[in-house]
Design a protein around this ligand. Structure first.
Ligand code: PEP
Ligand code: MG
Length: 548
């Protein structure tokens, strides 16, 4: 296996055979001529023909890659009409009494050199264009047709550089990737590759000879490498990566902007889980309808001391504003158990998962809780924000939370500080909460089932213990029945119920969840589109209803 590196101008993976493209060098001889008028006329005719060829290429390119991709051929036409270029050619024919081919070749080289020496990257890239138009003129003068890359099967084109006229004449279905030794990110090859969405490398240290020509290879446009005759392991890895990419791309293309609606017309809220403001980019990229779980404890975990109200407010406000009216559910502090935070100075516990954690800490330390609530209520004035409380096991916890929330709002009001009126829901992640979900549902605005902890507490299996993996079965009928029960009780009280634990992103269960009546799924951003696909293919009606 040989690995060559370059600069990637477009991502993706291409697998296939290499075809080294070498331009047929047009030998141009200097020929002395007495009849300069005839040479000038030959040049004028050739110029006209070349312009007509370019007009035809423009039409072809518009159809294949759109107007912006085709624009280069208009530029080439203008270059052929450029007075400086024309004058240089004509002057050389006249004063040096040389043939038109020679005058064009020299002018082309001179102009290309001039462009190449410019500081501006865009102008530098135009050197290839001047060479291209000059080659075209010489071909016409020689009576030869334009050169093209001809292949019968899709190939990876490896070349020194590719002129726009060379790439446009290629049958695009036959090109898997472009790999060039020269070229710039502004070159037409790069622009074309981006438009065609195929991997392309420039500035690659690959030889242009029989050591690679005709060989099997893989181009990785993500890491900028071309692997010639890759070994089995590398090939497998790259093919897996390619499959993943392809699936992702197909999903992205077809499902972005589409509704999360089942075949029987039920709208599902499909949200994303995040732990950080930085995750927002992937949330938007994957077209999430909102944020179903913002694990706010990460704000606390990444600091050496308690984050202030202002620090928290800034973060929550940013998330609410960025999501622009879409629902953002922020879960209050869920410290303890697996998420330890030194400055909280929590006592060592025998059974931390069953100890002082999450809402229990907040209720035990109302000053910490109040700081977070103040930031949340204030930020809720800037978007569609909701607050969610974790690890609920008792009704009285809700009563206490409401009292504290009321105090916070009263304080803000008395201080003249603006705040919103966010929806307030709870996580269902203890079996106790499941069993009293009928009563809890009457007290809150929504339920979100935390299947990670619910599985742990239902099956009495430590979710942190790798030795117990076999026993940690989130598909256990006990867990699934609990989910159904929670959803039923939520609906009875007229509130919605979702899942924000990892099980929500388990695509083998999406249909079952929909059939159970789950209203919302909050999953890692990368899962949004695969789940959207299933939602749109699911019909929750009974068989007998479907035929009607
Ligand atoms: C859960 O328990 O399912 C959950 C979403 O919360 P965390 O994983 O943060 O405990
Ligand atoms: Mg949890």
């Amino acid at each position: 296996m040989q690995v060559y590196r370059g600069k990637s101008v477009f991502g993706g993976i291409a697998v296939g055979t290499i075809s080294v493209y070498s331009r047929e060098e047009q030998q141009v001889k200097r020929v002395k001529t007495e009849d300069t008028a005839a040479e000038l006329a030959r040049y004028a005719n050739a110029n006209e023909t070349a312009i007509a060829q370019l007009a035809a290429l423009y039409e072809k390119a518009v159809k294949e890659v759109g107007e912006s991709g085709a624009a280069i051929f208009e530029i080439h036409q203008m270059m052929l009409e450029d007075e400086d270029y024309k004058e240089s050619v004509e002057n050389m024919i006249r004063t040096q009494q040389v043939n038109a081919e020679y005058a064009v070749a020299v002018t082309g080289d001179n102009f290309a050199q001039m462009f190449a020496s410019m500081d501006d990257d865009y102008m530098k890239a135009r050197a290839a264009d001047v060479k291209d138009i000059s080659e075209r003129l010489i071909s016409v003068l020689n009576g030869r047709g334009a050169q093209a890359v001809n292949t019968k099967e899709p190939v990876i084109i490896v070349a020194d550089d590719l002129a726009p006229s060379e790439t446009v004449q290629m049958d695009k279905d036959m090109v898997l990737s472009f790999v060039t030794v020269h070229g710039s990110a502004n070159s037409h090859t790069a622009i074309l590759a981006r438009t065609m969405e195929i991997p392309a490398l420039i500035g690659t240290d690959i030889p242009l000879d029989e050591s690679v020509d005709g060989k099997f290879a893989v181009v990785d446009g993500m890491n900028g490498c071309i692997y010639v005759e890759p070994d089995e392991q590398t090939l497998k890895e790259l093919k897996d990566k390619q499959k993943e990419e392809r699936e992702k791309k197909e999903l992205l293309l077809s499902l972005k902007g589409k509704e999360n609606v089942t075949l029987d017309g039920r709208q599902i809220m499909l949200y994303a889980n995040i732990g950080n403001v930085k995750d927002l980019a992937t949330v938007l990229q994957n077209d999430a309808g909102g944020i179903g779980l913002f694990r706010s404890e990460f704000l606390y975990l990444e600091k050496e001391e308690y984050p202030t109200e202002e620090e928290q407010f800034a973060v929550y406000k940013t998330v609410a504003e960025t999501m622009a009216g879409k629902r953002v559910i922020i879960r209050t502090l869920d410290i303890g158990a697996d998420k330890q935070c030194g400055y909280f100075k929590l006592e060592r516990e025998e059974n931390p998962a069953l100890g002082l954690r999450a809402i229990r800490i907040c209720l035990a330390r109302p000053e910490v809780f109040k700081t977070q609530l103040r930031a949340l209520f204030r930020a809720s004035a800037y978007g569609n924000l909701a607050i969610m409380y974790p690890m609920i096991a008792n009704l009285w916890e809700i009563t206490r939370i409401k009292e504290i929330a009321q105090e916070v709002k009263a304080e803000l009001a008395s201080q003249g500080i603006a705040y919103g009126n966010p929806a307030q829901g709870i996580m269902i992640e203890t079996p106790a909460a499941v069993m009293i979900s009928e009563e809890l549902a009457k007290e809150v605005d929504f339920f979100s089932i935390g299947t990670n902890d619910l599985t742990q507490y239902t099956l009495a299996v430590d979710r942190q213990n790798p030795k117990l993996e076999e026993f940690y079965d989130a598909h256990h009928p006990a867990v699934l029945r609990m989910i159904r029960m929670v959803v039923d009780n939520a609906h009875k009280a007229g509130i919605w119920a979702g899942i924000c634990g990892e099980l929500g992103g388990d695509i083998t269960l999406t249909q079952s969840f929909l059939e159970m009546g789950v209203d919302e799924l909050s999953v890692s951003p990368g899962r949004i589109l695969p789940i959207r696909k299933i939602i749109r293919e699911t019909d929750c009606r009974k068989e007998s209803e479907k035929s009607n």
